[in-house]
Design a protein around this ligand. Structure first.
Ligand SMILES: [Zn+2]
Ligand SMILES: [Zn+2]
Length: 360
């Protein structure tokens, strides 16, 4: 089994096992909310009203009539805790000291403080994910496999430290704005504007979870394909937004550090289908979070210019061709969209050597 195949299998395994573990009833976030403190204040400040899909409206109506009947007859009403904010505040409580959370609340109120903490958390975790994953790929390609890939006649040219440093600087500066997207997404979800659901039972169990996850993922894949293609075909968007990422247009100027070396607006637009599809298709919240996390690792993998062979997955060799030829392979994880809309270019030889750059 090639290293790319094991990488893809590990990523899928991680996605499945973790999402299964996180949706069990005993999830610690649900226990934690009973404790007081500033993080609980942020959870309680949320006026949560879930958006009910049209096919569930009748069921929800009868539940609400039932609750009203109970409250009239003196049975205590259950307070609905915002599960999404509860989860986010629970994660934040491990990262930020209580005194800092308290300070923010007294100055900005519980709602704004919650999102400020989410922003800082996303920024720090975004940096960690970027440096750790790119660092691992860097070590494998330029240290462990250096002799095999770059030393000797006919082999590829090793990317220079200047190129790597350029990519790191661009990625690091983009992260400040780029991480605002997941904060905005959490705001939409926590305010009940999306069809995100927290508990698998809300949609009728694991069968529905699987079906909805596949539909959601397919729509995201199509959304990203068209967003990326538009960033190329619209001259204004290409010139002012996407071209910065395409400055790395040869195998020796493309490295794992280029994954998020882009204009922040470019990153936000390309990742936006993960958010706006939630406005129409229900998706399990933690599965969505895990997908976004795996995408960050994926982005590093597809920029490492190696020749992974895992059809129908849009592996690293396809994305190298995207960078060298511009008008092919816009897809994210699978090759289906490019195949269907006629923009697929299958690399025939090693992409790291002998690829002629096509000028735009
Ligand atoms: Zn592109
Ligand atoms: Zn790229």
């Amino acid at each position: 089994m090639s290293s790319t195949q094991s990488f893809v299998i590990t990523l899928l395994g991680l996605l499945m096992t973790t999402s299964q573990a996180l949706v069990t009833e005993s999830f610690p976030g649900q226990i934690w909310r009973m404790a007081g403190g500033s993080f609980a204040t942020m959870v309680e400040a949320s006026t949560y009203s879930p958006r009910v899909p049209f096919w569930k409206k009748t069921v929800e109506q009868s539940v609400s009539n039932d609750t009203q009947a109970h409250s009239k007859s003196g049975v205590e009403e259950v307070t609905l805790v915002n599960p999404f904010r509860n989860f986010n505040a629970w994660v934040n409580s491990f990262i930020f000291p209580e005194t800092f959370a308290n300070y923010l609340i007294s100055n900005f109120g519980p709602d704004a403080s919650h999102y400020m903490l989410c922003y800082i958390r996303n920024f720090v975790s975004g940096c960690i994910i970027y440096y750790v994953t790119a660092g691992i790929f860097h070590y494998r390609n330029y240290v462990l496999d250096k002799e095999k890939l770059f030393v000797g006649g006919g082999k590829r040219k090793k990317p220079s430290s200047e190129v790597i440093l350029h990519q790191i600087k661009l990625a690091q500066s983009s992260l400040f704005l780029y991480v605002a997207l997941p904060v905005f997404s959490d705001w939409l979800i926590e305010e009940g504007y999306t069809y995100c659901y927290y508990d698998v039972r809300e949609v009728g169990g694991w069968g529905a979870w699987l079906g909805l996850t596949l539909i959601y993922f397919a729509c995201v894949e199509i959304g990203i394909y068209w967003m990326h293609r538009t960033l190329h075909e619209n001259k204004f968007l290409y010139k002012y937004v996407h071209s910065q990422h395409h400055a790395y247009n040869t195998p020796e100027t493309l490295t794992p550090w280029a994954s998020i070396a882009f204009n922040p607006l470019d990153g936000i637009l390309q990742a936006s289908p993960y958010v706006f599809i939630l406005l129409v298709i229900p998706c399990h919240y933690l599965t969505h979070v895990l997908m976004v996390f795996c995408t960050a690792i994926w982005a590093t993998y597809i920029h490492d210019t190696m020749d992974g062979n895992v059809e129908p997955i849009m592996s690293n060799k396809y994305h190298t061709v995207h960078h060298t030829h511009y008008i092919y392979n816009y897809g994210q994880i699978f090759i289906f969209c490019d195949w269907f809309w006629g923009t697929l270019k299958k690399p025939t030889g090693p992409t790291g050597t002998g690829l002629k750059r096509k000028t735009k």
